[in-house]
Design a protein around this ligand. Structure first.
Ligand SMILES: C[C@@](CO)(OP(=O)(O)O)[C@H](O)COP(=O)(O)OP(=O)(O)OC[C@H]1O[C@@H](n2ccc(N)nc2=O)[C@H](O)[C@@H]1O
Ligand SMILES: Nc1ncnc2c1ncn2[C@@H]1O[C@H](COP(=O)(O)OP(=O)(O)O)[C@@H](O)[C@H]1O
Length: 288
């Protein structure tokens, strides 16, 4: 029986850089959520380990052992086989953790297929700093280099419009261009009951990687301005090290309207409207 896992886009609603370790990795304090748009990973029993990469965003994604899905499989069990198919819908190297979310989806799918326990989140950071938070994709506060996770109060229903202006912004270059590495941590996170109060809270936070990314790639500034000009956009900010930016919206109709308008005016850009995924506790409440 094949097993399938959704690999949702990761969005850093806020990302403060609070320090740097001796090995060069940066200490972060980030409010991370996931969006209802992503890749799909299918795993079925097979003798050896193989990977096919399909889908609208497959081009340029590595298909060999360097793909994070293959590295995740080898981390879980270096000896076992499976036929893996990765259906790519997220742009790669785009600040929305596509590869990390794929790796986490592979760990979930293969743990089920092979009857193994999931590794502890912290142990998956060897695959990439974003993999631990993607292992159980729900709203989290992410600290350390990405390996220290904590719960956040329930977030309100909200919609995100994700916009990638189609330019690469390499993560190491953005961290190198960061002027100060000793930013303040996130403030305490109170309960927000609606999207406008979440936007007000987020306005008191930042993405410290946004100024250096804008300096390296002016298209990021263009994407932020285009999002911010959409009716109903409560806040526009960059995710991760870019270049994908998000707009926060209260209602689906506004988000879909903004996505349609942006896709029409910028045909080369990747634009998607998606629900901000709730935590497991909220999802359970919503269906009961
Ligand atoms: C910046 C963030 C924020 O969520 O997101 P993305 O832009 O990648 O989506 C992540 O920390 C990225 O995670 P990930 O992409 O898995 O990073 P890794 O592969 O481990 O590292 C890529 C490079 O980023 C830099 N890096 C990454 C994480 C970190 N805490 N400090 C760093 O300095 C290092 O230069 C490293 O060589
Ligand atoms: N499954 C994968 N999907 C996308 N990129 C991958 C994957 N496996 C390895 N990579 C490599 O990882 C790098 C970072 O990709 P990704 O995780 O999508 O970006 P980001 O870290 O900016 O969120 C890419 O440059 C790509 O070559």
């Amino acid at each position: 029986m094949p097993t399938e896992e959704f690999a949702p886009a990761k969005v850093n609603l806020a990302l403060h850089v609070t320090g740097q370790r001796a090995d060069g990795y940066h200490l972060l304090d980030s409010l991370v959520v996931f969006a209802g748009v992503g890749d799909r990973l299918t795993a079925e029993p097979a003798e050896g380990l193989s990977l096919d990469v399909t889908g609208p965003r497959a081009e340029g994604v590595p298909t060999g052992p360097e793909n994070l899905v293959m590295r995740a499989a080898r981390l879980l069990d270096p000896g076992r086989g499976a036929r893996l198919v990765l259906d790519k819908h997220l742009p790669a190297a785009a600040g929305i953790g596509g590869g990390s979310s794929d790796a986490a989806a592979a760990l979930r799918a293969l743990a089920r297929l092979w009857g193994l326990p999931l590794p502890a989140a912290g142990a998956t950071a060897v695959l990439g700093a974003d993999v631990p938070v993607c292992l159980d994709p729900r709203p989290r506060r992410m600290a350390g280099i990405g390996d220290v996770l904590s719960e956040v109060p329930p977030l309100p229903p909200a919609w995100l419009v994700l916009v990638n202006p189609g330019v690469p912004v390499p993560t190491p270059a953005v961290f190198r261009a960061l002027a100060r590495k000793d930013g303040t941590p996130l403030p305490p996170l109170p309960v927000c009951t609606d999207a406008p109060s979440l936007a007000a809270l987020l306005r008191g936070m930042r993405n410290d990687l946004e100024p250096p990314a804008r300096g390296l790639q002016p298209r990021v500034t263009e994407a932020l301005a285009a999002l911010g000009a959409q009716p109903g956009c409560l806040l526009a900010r960059m995710s991760g090290s870019g270049a994908t930016c998000f707009g926060l919206f209260a209602r689906e109709a506004q988000a879909q309207g903004a996505a349609t308008a942006l896709a029409l005016s910028r045909p080369g850009w990747w634009v998607r409207a998606a629900r901000m995924l709730p935590g497991a506790d909220q999802a359970t409440r919503a269906t009961t």
